[in-house]
Design a protein around this ligand. Sequence first.
Ligand code: ZN
Length: 332
Amino acid sequence: MLTCPNCANNNIKRYRNYEIPVPDDGQVFHLDRCPNCRLVFTSPKPRPELLARLYSDKGYYSYQKFHIPQDDQATSFKKRVKRWLKAAVIDHYYGYGKQNEDFKSNICQKMIGLAVKGLVKDDVVYGKRIITYVKNGKHLDIGCGSGGFVYWMSGKGWDSCGIELNREAVEIARELNLNVKESDLETAGYHENYFDLITAWEVLEHIPDLKQFLSEVRRILKPGGKFSGSVPNIVSWEALLFGKDWQPLEIPYHLYHFSPESLRSVLEGSGLKLERMEFLKITHSWDASLEKKYGQDSRLLPFLRLLGRTFYLLSNIFGYGARLKFVAVKQN
Ligand SMILES: [Zn+2]
């Protein structure tokens, strides 16, 4: 009998009737949904051998070497305004200026940072992954790929480390002297009450035993420590529009397909209180879904790509964005 991986309810219903075959394998997957906690999950549960074979593929995108941004030395008026706004968001609003001893907090710049933080480009605040600064804070990035976020956080004054299952990705990170080890969370064996911040970007949907994973996250977080990450949103307009061609379904890599409601249920069921949820400003899934639906050579593509920005803007405003970011806190 089918059981919900979150709440153990066994009255499970088929979701949207998709039939999704895995290339080179022949197995066909579909989606099921738990009416109790609303979690949607991939059925049947993919075999560990199949997942092991797929993950060992070097082409998986987060395993590539990340782009290291260079400090922008340009002095044109436009660039100076951009740098000032970036400092307002990162240094004043999120408090990263405090890593420098002579930093003076400026309330005016902080308010401007609050006002413009939704407008700045994703690369400025690392895909909006930024979290309020904690002096000498200990940070763990789970599923860190080749270490892009560990690199960024280390440069911003965090004591940052990462874990990753893909050996090639870990080697890339080590070449850059990043504190990254090849391990999953359960066997990494961190001390209890150790981290101020744990991040998991596009990770929760991949974890075979979600309950066990979140209980370990909770154990190694300090009381008051934060757990933040992102997941695709199955009830987004984008998911509805593209149906089974929606690229972030990524079956069978993705075992769960969260919505704001089911994400809250999963986190709070594990003793992590949801503090904030927002939609990320990321459009790559729009382009990838278009290619999947219409093929790479379609004449419609250039036109439809242009609609992407308007579409994500509207869907984010109305609360149906494609990518959810969450911040949850471990309570005492
Ligand atoms: Zn359930």
